[in-house]
Design a protein around this ligand. Structure first.
Ligand SMILES: NC(=O)c1ccc[n+]([C@@H]2O[C@H](COP(=O)([O-])OP(=O)(O)OC[C@H]3O[C@@H](n4cnc5c(N)ncnc54)[C@H](OP(=O)(O)O)[C@@H]3O)[C@@H](O)[C@H]2O)c1
Length: 251
């Protein structure tokens, strides 16, 4: 029988690339995103009869509760939905911060913890969490994003160890710059030109390398060779200064 995957944030970028990857492998899919127009367009692109398409705002607790209560138990969870929230210290409102925290950290935890008892009962399953390289490096003017991604990274690594003997693998993926609509949606379109070409990884590469790591039962993957090579230098002050100058707006 075909396996079932749940992907959050399927309508563009990494989530859409993941959906295409699993369509090619004939998975049954539960696909969730918020914006109805984007969802419809992506549904047409995927054109796949073994997928259920859902619209829900995953920054809200009730949306996650609804998924956990009403969806079939997945064999694979891809917790991917997210936004590139950014702003200098104190510039984001409480609502912006709380929603972003729930969307990319608290809600991911609720989703996973909602399904874990049933996955343990089945004795198998995989969980993939799309965090960010920002979880392990300083991100000036994106401190909230960085702290959210670090929180879910720490959670993912911990449950990965905890679930090892229960037949469930948990893999946290830490991508660097990925060519997706995320930056434009967040008003960061200047990054397209400012960040050097060699620093961009495709969504397809992220999916391919993350899936390979998940199937191998690895707890963590940094997709893209360039980020794997530079990882030891990411904590250096000079690297942080270079990153700041690359990402700064000109005006
Ligand atoms: N792009 C990068 O450089 C990069 C780097 C590191 C990590 N990441 C992470 O990768 C993940 C995917 O990002 P992406 O770059 O592929 O961005 P993207 O192309 O903008 O896709 C984000 C997906 O998340 C969904 N989403 C956003 N807010 C939502 C909400 N409140 N409720 C339900 N769905 C929501 C979007 O749906 P809608 O169509 O409804 O907006 C979309 O399907 C994120 O967690 C991001 O932090 C991205």
């Amino acid at each position: 029988m075909a396996k079932r995957a749940l992907i959050t944030g399927f309508s563009s970028g990494i989530g859409l690339a993941y959906s295409k990857y699993l369509v090619n492998e004939s998975w049954n899919l539960d696909l969730v995103s918020k914006n109805e127009d984007r969802s419809k367009k992506s549904e047409m692109i995927l054109n796949y009869k073994h997928a259920n398409f859902h619209n829900a705002d995953l920054s809200k607790k009730e949306s996650i509760a609804n998924i956990v209560t009403n969806f079939k138990t997945p064999d694979l969870i891809i917790a991917n939905a997210g936004i590139a929230i950014n702003g200098a210290i104190g510039k984001l409102s409480d609502i912006e911060k709380n929603e972003a925290y729930y969307l990319m950290c608290g809600g991911v935890i609720d989703l996973i913890e909602g399904f874990i008892p049933r996955m343990i009962e089945k004795g198998s399953g995989r969980i993939v969490i799309i965090s960010s390289i920002g979880a392990i490096t300083a991100m000036p003017k994106s401190s909230i994003y960085s702290s959210i991604k670090s929180g879910i990274y720490a959670y993912g690594k911990s449950i990965s160890a905890e679930l090892k003997n229960k037949g469930i693998s948990v893999t946290v993926s830490l991508p660097g710059y990925v060519r997706t609509p995320a930056h434009k949606k967040a008003g960061l379109d200047h990054l397209e030109n400012k960040v050097p070409k060699w620093m961009w990884v495709s969504a397809e590469t992220v999916v391919k390398e993350t899936e390979k790591a998940s199937r191998a039962g690895k707890a963590e993957i940094i997709p893209g060779i360039v980020y794997r090579i530079t990882k030891p230098f990411l904590k250096l002050q000079s690297a942080i200064r270079i990153w700041q100058s690359i990402t700064r707006r000109n005006q």
